[in-house]
Design a binder for this molecule. Structure first.
Ligand SMILES: [Zn+2]
Length: 488
């Protein structure tokens, strides 16, 4: 049942734009504040800096040091943080974020930055929201925004930008630049010549490209071509097979005959056993070494891969956080109403659960090989909750074998490195952007402690626990009680 993971994260299905709901949260101004007696976690080397003062003003961290060395500016809000821990603001590196009201839910969960994997086709909504968040007109995270999805003929998602050849590939890059996208999002069905043209044009134009490994392309070629990140562990299992060339050729032939979802699913099901049975450790190590050398990041999105394998499990889908999900989105999470899942049998789900265990092994191996990992959820897909989901992902990465520190890096310093922004982001240091999360317990002891949030500073704006609780209360949706669930 490889098709399940193959169809993971096909993301945003409609564009709702500025869907306004409930009370608009109050946005505090960029404040002057000092956190005193806090333990700062150095996510680069894992050390704990005890009894520090962290000063913030004008959206920047102005000082971090022993209490005696940090002055308290006049008028500063003083926050006694004794017994508490400070980490950098978290990034969810794979979201769709189609409802602006979810911006507050990201922030309420300490997610102060998101990478949007399908920018609006018109290039309007997300960049408008980014300005609104920055200006304090609404609550939301920092955003890096992808282009419209670039896919091949008979695309998987309506609204994708379809390219047939090299010339159209180049034009897609130009269109992304015109729309102000931060990167080009590539997808499953792009023809080979178009993909190569996109890679070359992105290099020439100085814009990154990231996304899925197209079916016709090997993960190795994608890495060598400069694809900045690979989502959902795509193409990696095939790339570890001794029969990789045959597998790709079979896909190419099938897609030449008829492109589209049906073909993808059929080929994936046909090839699943071969891929599993021809796994080569030598090939895996060679591929991972190339990822490392080329700086190709992996965004495994274990959250969505797990969710789609457990959609038939009443205990899994009876999640109290459903109350924050917009009612019609919640309804769409019913697998019977999703074209990707509605024909799946109980046997298929059972197989998917078994296959999911392999993702842990793969993530552990990538981590051990020194490949850069990014925390991403595929928010908006079923049971990938805005904000909350990032903490699920950190937990799953630790389950895969990362240490809590390594997991924490995937949402802090690694995104900063990925974006080339270590000067301004990724750690709690003077001079950096004031994106901070204050925790009641040490996340290096237990990664689940990232959910014990005492306060969040997003772009210099302080949300204390009372403000965060208000956001959560205002985000609750009607009719949660009527959801299908067992009694609790
Ligand atoms: Zn996605």
């Amino acid at each position: 049942m490889r098709s399940l993971s193959l169809f993971a994260g096909f993301g945003a299905f409609v564009w709702i734009g500025c869907f306004a709901l409930g009370a608009e949260p109050v946005v505090p101004p960029r404040g002057t504040m000092v956190f005193q007696h806090v333990t700062v976690i150095d996510v680069v080397n894992g050390s704990l800096l005890a009894d520090r003062s962290v000063a913030v003003a004008g959206g920047r961290i102005t000082a971090v040091g022993p209490a005696s060395a940090v002055d308290t500016p006049a008028g500063a809000t003083v926050i006694d943080s004794t017994g508490q821990y400070m980490i950098p603001g978290l990034w969810d590196m794979h979201v769709h974020f189609v409802f602006r009201s979810y911006g507050a839910l990201f922030v309420a969960n300490g997610v102060t930055g998101v990478r949007v994997m399908w920018g609006n086709p018109l290039g309007v909504y997300h960049s408008t929201w980014r300005t609104q968040f920055s200006q304090g007109k609404a609550v939301g995270p920092r955003m890096m925004i992808g282009s419209n999805i670039v896919d091949g003929p008979n695309p998987i998602w309506p609204g994708s930008l379809v390219v047939h050849n090299a010339a159209e590939g180049r034009e897609a890059v130009a269109a992304a630049k015109r729309a102000g996208a931060d990167f080009v999002k590539v997808y499953e069905l792009i023809p080979t010549d178009a993909y190569r043209a996109i890679a070359a044009e992105c290099k020439a134009q100085g814009i990154p490209f990231a996304g899925h490994v197209p079916q016709r392309i090997t993960a190795l070629e994608a890495s060598d071509a400069g694809q900045r990140s690979i989502e959902h562990l795509g193409g990696i299992r095939t790339g570890c097979s001794t029969r990789e060339d045959d597998l790709i050729e079979e896909r190419q032939k099938a897609l030449d005959k008829s492109s589209g979802v049906g073909t993808l699913r059929a080929v994936a099901e046909r090839q699943a056993d071969v891929i599993r049975d021809t796994y080569s450790e030598a090939k895996a190590q060679a591929l991972f070494a190339r990822f490392k050398k080329n700086g190709t990041w992996q965004c495994p999105t274990l959250t969505v891969l797990r969710a789609i394998a457990w959609l038939d499990d009443p205990a899994f889908i009876n999640d109290p956080r459903l109350k924050y999900v917009l009612p019609f989105v919640r309804a769409s999470w019913d697998p019977k109403r999703d074209f990707r899942f509605k024909s799946l049998t109980p046997a298929a789900f059972a197989q998917a659960k078994k296959n999911f265990e392999q993702n842990y092994v793969l993530v552990a191996a990538l981590n051990k090989a020194g490949v850069g990992l990014l925390a991403g959820t595929d928010e908006m897909n079923p049971y990938c909750f805005p904000g909350f989901g990032l903490h699920d992902e950190l937990g799953l990465l630790v389950k895969a074998g990362l240490t809590p520190l390594e997991a924490l890096r995937t949402a802090t310093i690694n995104p900063a490195r990925y974006f080339g922004k270590v000067e301004s982001q990724g750690t709690v240091e003077a001079g950096k952007d004031a994106d901070l999360v204050l925790l009641d317990a040490n996340p290096l002891d237990d990664i689940h402690n990232t959910t014990k949030i005492r306060a969040v500073v997003a772009d210099g704006r302080l949300f204390d626990r009372t403000a965060l609780d208000r956001i959560l209360a205002d985000s609750e949706q009607p009719s949660a009680a009527t959801r299908k669930s067992g009694s609790q």
